[in-house]
Design a protein around this ligand. Structure first.
Ligand code: PMP
Length: 409
């Protein structure tokens, strides 16, 4: 897409004497000038604490912060800004639901359903919640020896019993590149009375999201994976659900009245945001929403899916490669994971770095999934709006060089 790379200052550098090819976007995306400028502007002109001040800077900071909440609401199609809670990111958003809704509502005999492709951030909180509450965690199985078949929807139907109180699933797998049919999964869960939590860490920055059309009850996002700053993210929750929840973090900012004997809480969203929030982060996240929408998320989605498709096809030409996730021709995101026979993923990433490539090697916070697929690690190339098909040429050439080197050992 034209004019995009110019907006990202970090991309215009050399690494090890080669032009940087940044293909580690599933870990974190780069930031456009507009987001960097929004942060600088905030700290240079508006920095102040929110909600508690009557002076000009405090009012500007409050307007910026609350404006950011409304912007994020609009970005994901929420009906009301009070349905957006600012968090540190997807992990904290999931933990918030587990610690508030989960602790209040789960009993022995209840079931939380997740899937075999969950990131640790949408798995471990449910394991811990199940341990603490006596509820059971069940997982929807994944089909195919390389996970190419996606979630087993027939198995899902039999797992979705009235005992299921929550179905938590990822929208896009950070390892396989699978795009789950979120609206369909939410509808199935709703039919048995279960709530849904969608982990949108890997989708929010790359494709349009509309929580009302999707029909989810909770949705979690991370700012840093959608061209925004680190340390900021959001939890969307349907208003009537959030209003019933008791906060798990207490302190300043979230209280209506306090006496030496106790306290009462402000309405949602404030009562879930104890202490001074990440004001600059929220403002930077709103700038990221503006930027992504100025490019157009439909365009970004089409571009990233096309790069994922090309990468999958080109990589499948390499000898001894094992590619994970949806097969050639199937719909996939811009995330492609693979294992090279006889070369450890850490060696691939280290050698590729010599060619200026930023890849990721490891279990990608998907240890049980790796185990299921009989792997300990993979190499992952993940694309964003600023990547080009020419960078896939660099990737393939680098991998050929690596294979040649290791074949000679
Ligand atoms: N879920 C998925 C699918 C992810 O890819 C990630 C980040 N790798 C997370 C959750 C956790 O996000 P964060 O580290 O920003 O909390």
């Amino acid at each position: 897409m034209r004019g995009i790379r110019e907006a990202f200052p970090i991309l215009h550098q050399s690494v090890n004497g080669k032009p940087l090819v940044y293909l580690d976007n599933a870990a974190t995306t780069q930031k456009p000038r507009a987001v960097i400028d929004a942060l600088v502007h905030y700290y240079e002109r508006d920095n102040s604490n929110v909600h508690r001040g009557l002076h000009a800077l405090s009012m500007r900071a409050t307007d910026g912060y609350e404006g950011a909440r409304a912007r994020v609401a609009r970005f994901i199609g929420a009906a009301d800004p009070c349905e957006i809670l600012f968090t540190r990111g997807t992990t904290e958003s999931v933990n918030l639901v587990a610690q508030t809704w989960g602790r209040a509502n789960l009993r022995p005999g209840d079931v939380v359903l997740a899937t075999e492709m969950e990131h640790h951030g949408n798995l471990v909180p449910w394991q811990e919640l199940a341990r603490a509450s006596g509820a059971t965690l069940r997982l929807v199985p994944l089909l195919g020896e390389n996970g190419e078949g996606g979630l087993d929807l027939a198995a899902l139907d039999s797992l979705l019993t009235p005992q299921v109180k929550l179905f938590a699933f990822t929208h896009v797998s950070n390892t396989l590149g699978t795009i789950n049919p979120a609206a369909q999964l939410c509808a199935k869960a709703r039919a048995v009375g279960a709530l849904t939590l969608v982990d949108a860490a890997q989708s929010a920055g790359h494709q349009p999201i509309d929580v009302q059309a999707m029909g989810c009850d909770f949705l979690a996002i991370s700012g840093h994976k959608m061209c925004g700053p680190t340390g900021i993210g959001a939890l969307y929750g349907r208003r009537e659900l959030l209003e019933k929840l008791v906060p798990y973090e207490t302190g300043g900012g979230m209280v209506a009245t306090v006496s030496y004997d106790g306290a009462t809480w402000k309405p949602t969203p404030e009562r879930f945001e104890a202490g001074t929030p990440n004001i600059a982060g929220a403002i930077g996240l709103a700038a990221a929403c503006d930027y992504l929408d100025s490019v157009g998320r439909e365009h970004i989605a089409a571009h990233c899916h096309e790069l994922g498709r090309i990468a999958y096809e080109r990589l499948s030409e390499l000898p001894g490669i094992r590619l994970l996730g949806p097969a050639a021709g199937a719909e996939r995101s811009g995330i492609v994971s693979f294992a090279l026979a006889d070369v450890h993923a850490h060696d691939v990433v280290t050698f590729a770095d010599e060619d200026g490539l930023a890849l990721r090697g490891g279990h990608h916070c998907n240890q049980p999934l790796m185990h299921k697929l009989g792997l300990t690690s993979t190499t992952r190339a993940s694309f964003a709006l600023y990547n080009t098909a020419g960078e896939i040429d660099t990737l393939v050439a680098s991998l050929r060089r690596i294979q040649k080197f290791f074949a000679g050992q």
